[in-house]
Each structure stands twice: as structure tokens, then as C-alpha cells.
Write a protein that binds this ligand. Structure first.
Ligand SMILES: Nc1ncnc2c1ncn2[C@@H]1O[C@H](COP(=O)(O)OP(=O)(O)OP(=O)(O)O)[C@@H](O)[C@H]1O
Ligand SMILES: [Mg+2]
Length: 342
């Protein structure tokens, strides 16, 4: 189909007994910014690596720009650019030399490559640093070069695996603006993984929440938030000037609590379920000696949806742990899902 950029069909990757990506079927439409959210180890990078032909699926398949990732891998690679979790650049080379080195891998004629390098450096406001060694750059400057490196051959589809990880707010803002511009001006389809819910909310047309290798929800950020609005889940922010760990743990021990986020020394955000949740929380704080100076009922955010769907325990599962626990352990050995989500 013409307007589908990526289509996955039961795509699966196993590492030993661990099912890192578990029979995933979904489509990304041309021109979309598509977000992949998920806890650590959920399978986001593994999914991207398969779509970029860097890792072979154990089962299932996918097409990228109409090309099959197993049978037409070199065609797929012509269509895509990848900014991976790890920056691969040479510190001793200048920004321009690094870009030229990678540009040469795409067999671009020298004059075309020179022009692209100049335009892209200009686009990320790095032209005046072109002749400086990458090793002297800040993380934000390096990441700007790293991102444009993936665009030298003008790919139709750009994969960005945590592009703003470790960047300060200024660099984060610039990279986000750049992503949006590339999408609008060049109609580039973008697949983005991030742990920043605000980023996904701001940039993405649709978001897939991946958990234990499966797509747990997929929709626009606005519709995803309705998942919470449509339930009896309450999100409240309390200002408690004498907030203590004792009060926090009393709140956490209430049966209705989904999630508690401590904002600063005096603010706490609580996500809870049930008609009496609001009253129970207030009673609990008072019983524990907390003095409430204000309470706000909040609109659900993408982070609330994320926690609602994935829970809030820290994920530590690895293939070794699964092996140690024996076959059949953990949700990753779950049933196949036949559902296609578009
Ligand atoms: N080459 C590998 N060999 C064995 N296990 C692997 C390999 N690559 C990934 N895994 C495992 O597969 C699971 C998914 O990993 P993946 O890197 O895709 O997660 P992720 O969603 O990208 O996590 P993060 O948010 O931390 O980047 C993890 O349990 C990881 O330990
Ligand atoms: Mg990852």
C-alpha cells in the first residue's frame, strides 16, 4: 500500500529463551512521526535494529518503504537513516571530516556530498564549527552532527533511538525542533524512541507503547490520554509543606494507588483508582500528620498513561535471568498476539 512506510507482521526476536520482540504487528504511515515508548529492556532498540536490517528476525517479517527486511536488505538500507543509542564518530576528525567519511559510504559524488554537508551543518547551526575536532565538542554539539550524519543520503525514513538522551534543555529543544522541521520540510517519516513523555507528546503523531516485547497500546497521544480519562483513575497533585518519606510510604500503601511521583520536597503527584480514591488520599495524608496546603486534580499526561499501562516496577530482565529462572518464566513467554494495530 502506497501510504504505508513500515509494516511489521508478527515480527519477533529471541535471544536464547528471552523473547525481546514478541510477534509485533503494526504499520507506520508515510510522513508520520511515530513514537516508541517502553520501559528499559522493553524491546524498542531490538525492534529498530531489525527494521534497519542490523539484526535478523527470529520469526515474522516487515517491509520498509515496500522492501522486505529479510530479502531486500540493501534496498531497505538505501531508504533509511539511523541515529542509534550509541554515537559512533571519530573524536580526532573534524565535524566535516566525520560527515565526509560517512557520506562516502553512500557513494555520493563529491560535489553533492559537499553541498549536503554544508546545508545540513547550516540547518543545525554548526557551520562555524565544521573544521573543529569532534573531540572538543559538547555532547549536544556532537549529537547534532550525529543526527545530520544519518541524513546525508536524504533517507525517506529516519530512525532516532533516544536522540535527546543526556542532552541539556537547550540542545534537547534544538534537536526536537530539527526533527519537526525535517518531518515537515522533507516529509521524512520518523520513528523515534524516547523515555521523555513530553517529547513524545510534543512531536509524535502516534505513539506505540511497547512492554515485554509486545505493543500494549498504539494511538495518538490525545487518544491515549483518553484511556485514563475514560476510567475511574484520578490524578492529583498535593502540596504538603511538611512532606516526609513516612507520609509518602503511607500513601503508597493505600490499596487504590497506581503510582506516586515525588516532585520536590513539598509536592507529590498521585495516580489512583476508584471512586473514593481522592478522599482516601486526603484522609491518609492527614492521618499521617501531613498538612495539605493545596490539591489539584490534573489532566492525565502521557506519562500517566505510560505508567497506567506498564506499571511502575523497575525492569531488570535479561536473557541470562530468564535462563536462570527456567523455561516459561515471565510474561515474555506469553501467548502470540495476532492483533494488527494500525
Ligand atoms: N544481543 C543481545 N543478546 C542478548 N539479549 C539482548 C541482546 N540485545 C538485547 N537483549 C535483551 O533484549 C531485551 C530488549 O532490549 P532492548 O535493548 O531492545 O530494550 P530497549 O527497549 O531498547 O531498552 P532501553 O530503554 O533500556 O534502551 C533486553 O532484555 C535485553 O537485555
Ligand atoms: Mg534501547
Amino acid at each position: 500500500m502506497q501510504d504505508v512506510a513500515i509494516s511489521t507482521n508478527e515480527l519477533t526476536k529471541r535471544f536464547g529463551d528471552l523473547v525481546a520482540v514478541d510477534h509485533v504487528s503494526f504499520d507506520v504511515m508515510r510522513g508520520e512521526i511515530f513514537g516508541l515508548l517502553g520501559p528499559n529492556g522493553a524491546g524498542k532498540t531490538t525492534l529498530i535494529r531489525m527494521l534497519c536490517t542490523l539484526s535478523r528476525p527470529s520469526e515474522g517479517t516487515a517491509s520498509v518503504s515496500g522492501y522486505d527486511i529479510k530479502r531486500e536488505d540493501s534496498r531497505v538500507r538505501e531508504q533509511i537513516g539511523l541515529v542509534s543509542e550509541k554515537m559512533i564518530m571519530y573524536d580526532r576528525l573534524t565535524a566535516e571530516e566525520n560527515l565526509r567519511l560517512f557520506g562516502n559510504l553512500y557513494d555520493l559524488p563529491n560535489d553533492v556530498l559537499s553541498q549536503r554537508i554544508e546545508e545540513l551543518l547550516d540547518l543545525v547551526r554548526m557551520k562555524k564549527w565544521a573544521d573543529q575536532q569532534i573531540g572538543t565538542f559538547s555532547t549536544g554539539m556532537k549529537q547534532r552532527i550525529n543526527v545530520i550524519r544519518a541524513l546525508l543520503h536524504q533517507p525517506n525514513i529516519l530512525f532516532l533511538d533516544e536522540p535527546t538522551l543526556g542532552l541539556d534543555p537547550q540542545s534537547t529543544g534544538e534537536i526536537r525542533e530539527f526533527i519537526k522541521n525535517i518531518n515537515i520540510e522533507h516529509k521524512t517519516t520518523i520513528i523515534l524512541t524516547t523515555h521523555m513523555m513530553v517529547e513524545a507528546d510534543m512531536l509524535c503523531d502516534r505513539v506505540g507503547i511497547i512492554d515485554y516485547g509486545k505493543i500494549a497500546a498504539l494511538d495518538s497521544p490525545r487518544n491515549l490520554k483518553r484511556i485514563i480519562s475514560g476510567t475511574d483513575t484520578t490524578v492529583v497533585e498535593l502540596h504538603i509543606p511538611n512532606l516526609s518519606t513516612g507520609i509518602t510510604s503511607q500513601i503508597k500503601s493505600l490499596g487504590c494507588i497506581n503510582n506516586v511521583i515525588v516532585g520536590d520536597d513539598t509536592h507529590i503527584k498521585v495516580q489512583a483508582k476508584g471512586d473514593d480514591a481522592f478522599d482516601n488520599i486526603i484522609d491518609c495524608v492527614r492521618r499521617s500528620g501531613g498538612k495539605i496546603s493545596s490539591v489539584k486534580n490534573l489532566e492525565p499526561t502521557l506519562e500517566d498513561v505510560f505508567l497506567h499501562i506498564t506499571g511502575h516496577e523497575v525492569r531488570e530482565q535479561t536473557s541470562e535471568k530468564v535462563k536462570a529462572a527456567g523455561p516459561g518464566h515471565g510474561p515474555r513467554h506469553g501467548r502470540r498476539t495476532k492483533k494488527r494495530i494500525r
